[in-house]
Write a protein that binds this ligand. Sequence first.
Ligand code: NAG
Ligand code: NAG
Ligand code: NAG
Ligand code: NAG
Ligand code: NAG
Length: 197
Amino acid sequence: MALLTLSAIFLLDLLTTGQLVNHTIDDTLGDDHTGFQVDYSPLIWKNSSQCSDSAIVPDRSMAMNDTWTGATYYPALRNMTAKLVFHGSAIYVYLIVSNYPESSDTICDFRMDGDMVGSYRHDADGTYEFQYGVLAYSNASLSSDDHTLLIETTGTQSSYVIFDYAIYMYVVGSSIFLVIDILTFAETPEHPSRLRI
Ligand SMILES: *[C@@H]1O[C@H](CO)[C@@H](O)[C@H](O)[C@H]1NC(C)=O
Ligand SMILES: *[C@@H]1O[C@H](CO)[C@@H](O)[C@H](O)[C@H]1NC(C)=O
Ligand SMILES: *[C@@H]1O[C@H](CO)[C@@H](O)[C@H](O)[C@H]1NC(C)=O
Ligand SMILES: *[C@@H]1O[C@H](CO)[C@@H](O)[C@H](O)[C@H]1NC(C)=O
Ligand SMILES: *[C@@H]1O[C@H](CO)[C@@H](O)[C@H](O)[C@H]1NC(C)=O
């Protein structure tokens, strides 16, 4: 007597483990994931520990990682930039802005991978206070790839730019697992012993 038992188990697991993760690029400490540092140009930018406390500068204890980096642009400079490089699909840039009437307004543009994608302006309101964690630019529709973002000031107006930090978001482990297990028991007259236990 022939008996055929065919047992097949297909285990199909489609797992999309894509998880969004945020990392911080600090003005002074750089990227907490890759270690990349922000590239400032020209060499007039100053970090929080290079400025005398008598100048009109933000309180470092109010800034991300207790640091900030700032510069005053004047037209003769023609072009002043802070360059951020990151791999991700979204970016959020936070500045500190001055409301001291004697300091310049904050004016800057954002150039992504060579193209102008945004601009920011804050006019000092005369309240003699800094505003911290001001979201000056965000873009959540980037290709999940390497990007270069410039915080750029050009033109004929003076500007006081203080960069505090940026957050970028990327997807980790966006893979699909396909597991197929096939278990087959075949019983034929030629191999009867398989069933007799
Ligand atoms: C990443 O940070 C941005 C800006 O703060 C926030 O909107 C977003 O929800 C955060 N995403 C994750 C996965 O934490
Ligand atoms: C800066 O502070 C943020 C928030 O606490 C933290 O996630 C990040 O790792 C810090 N950066 C460095 C370089 O320590
Ligand atoms: C500020 O910049 C100076 C000169 O580049 C550097 O030596 C110093 O370590 C920086 N401060 C911090 C807190 O990184
Ligand atoms: C400013 O300098 C950056 C970096 O060199 C450059 O990519 C950008 O095109 C310059 N902007 C202008 C308006 O020249
Ligand atoms: C985001 O970046 C992309 C690619 O550079 C650009 O096409 C788009 O206009 C940007 N969006 C915003 C809101 O800046």
